[in-house]
Design a protein around this ligand. Structure first.
Ligand SMILES: [Zn+2]
Length: 665
């Protein structure tokens, strides 16, 4: 398929401001509405895959591009006015889109095709066509179109309520502010660079807030246990009492909707469309891992308690909920003695970027070319083209440094989804973007990354590859549009590269002399530290995932917060304070509901797929080509499970995952 080539003017959207967005806003859904009207008028006997199923699918393509663009600019535009306008446009769009999507006539059109010409056409349709149609029918059913009018209204109302209660829940968390005050004599253990960053009150005391850049360094380094307790206790109130009542309201509404649609519970409803297929599979997966893992955790906590006993002189010292991060950090320093600032010297951003390009280019036989003089939203955002056999097949942006008002974490996102254009038949080249926040270079020192940032970058770039190498014909099957419990797998797999010498020799080089590679003793320590507290890390994920799935399956008579407390005590060997409100600050409750298990679930497949590369070579272009063709290019045009099987050449298993998390030695 011929790939559509872009010119500079095709990137004019990077310069959109509030004016352009306001102009566009009233027309965002226009094209879709028009297409829907046309589709509804077709007579049953004239319905075909192209004029019905494919027409419904592609009716959202242009809208999708525009919304993705506005969404991206909301996160990265240097203009506050643009960012705020973008947010308003998106909020309004989401409300209106719900009404457009809930179109009975479109569901009828699909049913007419199913009972009509589908039978005749089926034999000549491709597998991705049939999957598209099946998924579409299923999704309309999940929207309640098989219910009678009254129940359908109920369902839609519940959805709207869940939406607005959910926004209130998230807002309660985002707006929640609290802090502790520190006098100079309470700062023992805290690095000078950290203290310098903190604000002070009028009496000169340091203010430590609940925000991540304050909270974690404080909990990891502050010697003063009373102050650590004070801060965690405050953090365990995050979200406030209102959120606890919102959780029970939302749980009831989710449950009601699942029942209306004929599911046992929200857990089954959410997992039906995923690799896991049902909530029981998830619960079994989690419960199988926990008891064995818990034995590892017990050893780890014991080691921390011994350290605490040695330091405090109290032989009976126990690890409390406010001790964990502190003693874990202390033990890590004692055992591995890794100087992060020294490690950074070996990971200058340019070196990491070029090394990353080199590795991915080798693996997938592509080239990356910097496109200068193309429009971008900020001078820090760079555009690259991906060439395959000389021809440009995709583009991606990289926006690497923090700015005022810019998205503060790391992400990779699709701006234009790769797809076949229904009219021209050309392939629409995907455009992806990765947003990072690496320290900027300053006089005398280039931008230097620590090892975990190298890992994150490599991970995000894995998502970019998934997006730009796609050959899926439909947007809903394109790039990273795969199930939630698979989407992280490719990137989780690539994380393993940054722990291997073969890749590190390409990624690292001292900023003063890049021939000087990461010294062996540092490398050894880093490798060893990868397993520090790994049992606890995974067990905690499982505890939260269990808690999330149990509250969405009605599996426990206890409140979700009690479930969390009990699981934490039983399996993590940490006693939580009475009456804590952990649940009120559990942000993943909105949007990631009955989905917290996904990270662990996809890790099983990530580790299994990695074993093939480990055997065949981390830079093996043949294995890379297989992976590209069998997994990355496919998106979700085939079931995710069969993608994995095809690449492995066998059924997947969890052996390497169990080894990774410390269950198998
Ligand atoms: Zn990711």
């Amino acid at each position: 398929m011929k790939v559509k080539q872009y010119e500079k003017k095709d990137f004019a959207w990077t310069k959109w401001g509030a004016k352009e967005m306001k102009k566009l806003a009233p027309f965002l859904l226009e094209e879709k509405k028009k297409a829907y009207e046309k589709i509804k008028q077709i007579l049953k006997e004239e319905r075909t895959f192209d004029n019905t199923v494919r027409a419904i699918e592609s009716s959202g393509d242009k809208t999708g591009d525009n919304i993705s663009i506005i969404h991206l600019l909301m996160e990265v535009s240097p203009s506050k006015d643009t960012r705020e306008t973008a947010k308003k446009v998106i909020d309004k769009f989401q409300k209106e889109a719900l009404d457009v999507e809930f179109d009975e006539g479109i569901y009828k059109a699909l049913k007419e095709y199913e009972t009509g010409n589908f039978k005749k056409e089926k034999a000549k349709l491709d597998a991705d066509d049939i999957k598209l149609f099946g998924d579409m029918l299923r999704d309309y059913k999940r929207m309640g179109f098989e219910l009678d009018k009254k129940d359908q209204e109920k369902l839609k109302n519940n959805l709207k309520n869940i939406g607005s209660l959910g926004i209130r829940f998230s807002k309660n968390i985002n707006d929640y502010e609290d802090h502790i005050l520190l006098s100079e004599n309470e700062t023992a253990g805290l690095p000078a660079s950290f203290l310098k960053m903190l604000k002070k009150d009028k009496d000169g005391r340091y203010i430590v807030t609940l925000d991540y850049p304050d909270f974690y360094p404080f909990m990891q380094n502050a010697e003063n246990a009373k102050k650590r307790k004070e801060l965690v206790d405050k953090s365990l109130k995050k979200g406030g009492k209102d959120n606890l009542s919102l959780v029970s309201k939302i749980l009831k509404l989710r449950e009601a909707n699942a029942k209306l649609l004929g599911y046992k519970h929200h857990g089954d409803y959410k997992t039906e469309t995923r690799m896991a297929k049902n909530a029981d599979n998830v619960l079994r997966f989690l419960k199988d891992l926990l008891p064995t893992l818990s034995k590892e955790v017990k050893k780890e906590i014991k080691e921390l308690a011994d350290l605490k006993a040695r330091i405090t002189g109290d032989k009976k010292a126990k690890i409390e909920y406010y001790d964990l991060l502190y003693y874990s950090n202390l033990l890590k320093k004692e055992k591995f003695n890794i100087d992060n600032e020294r490690v950074r010297e070996f990971f200058p951003l340019e070196m990491v970027k070029n090394g990353t390009f080199e590795i991915y280019a080798k693996l997938f036989s592509v080239e990356f070319e910097r496109m200068r003089d193309y429009p971008t939203w900020h001078k820090d955002a760079e555009l690259y083209a991906v060439r395959d056999g000389g021809e440009i097949i995709a583009y991606f942006f990289m926006d690497m440094h923090p700015r005022v008002g810019k998205y503060g974490h790391f992400m990779a996102t699709e701006v234009i989804s790769g797809r076949e254009d229904m009219i021209s038949g050309e392939y629409v080249a995907p455009v992806a973007c990765t947003v990072c926040n690496f320290r900027k270079s300053s006089k005398g020192s280039p931008s230097l990354l620590d090892h975990s940032e190298v890992e994150t970058f490599f991970h995000e770039f894995g998502h970019v590859m998934h997006q730009v190498l796609t050959k899926a014909r439909y947007v809903s099957q394109s790039g990273t549009s795969v199930t939630r419990d698979f989407v992280e797998a490719p990137s989780q797999m690539f994380e393993e590269w940054v722990w291997k010498e073969e890749a590190l020799s390409l990624l690292s080089g001292h900023f003063k002399n890049n021939k000087e590679k990461l010294p062996e003793d540092i490398l050894k320590n880093m490798m060893a530290s990868k397993r520090h507290m790994i049992g606890y890390f995974y067990a905690r994920q499982i505890v939260i995932a269990l808690c999330d799935m149990m509250m969405h399956t009605g599996a426990s008579k206890e409140t979700p917060n009690e479930v969390y407390n009990n699981l934490t005590e039983k399996y993590l060997h940490i006693k939580m304070p009475r009456n804590n409100m952990w649940l009120a600050g559990f942000g993943h409750f909105i949007g990631y509901d009955a989905g917290y298990y996904s990270y662990l679930w996809s890790k099983v497949y990530a580790m299994d797929m990695f074993s093939i590369f480990e055997k065949e070579g981390l830079l093996n272009a043949k294995t890379g080509a297989d992976y590209r063709k069998l997994v990355l290019e496919k998106g979700s045009s085939e079931e995710e499970m069969s993608l994995v099987k095809n690449f492995l050449g066998r059924k997947p298993n969890n052996k390497i995952f169990l080894k990774e998390i410390g269950i198998i030695k």
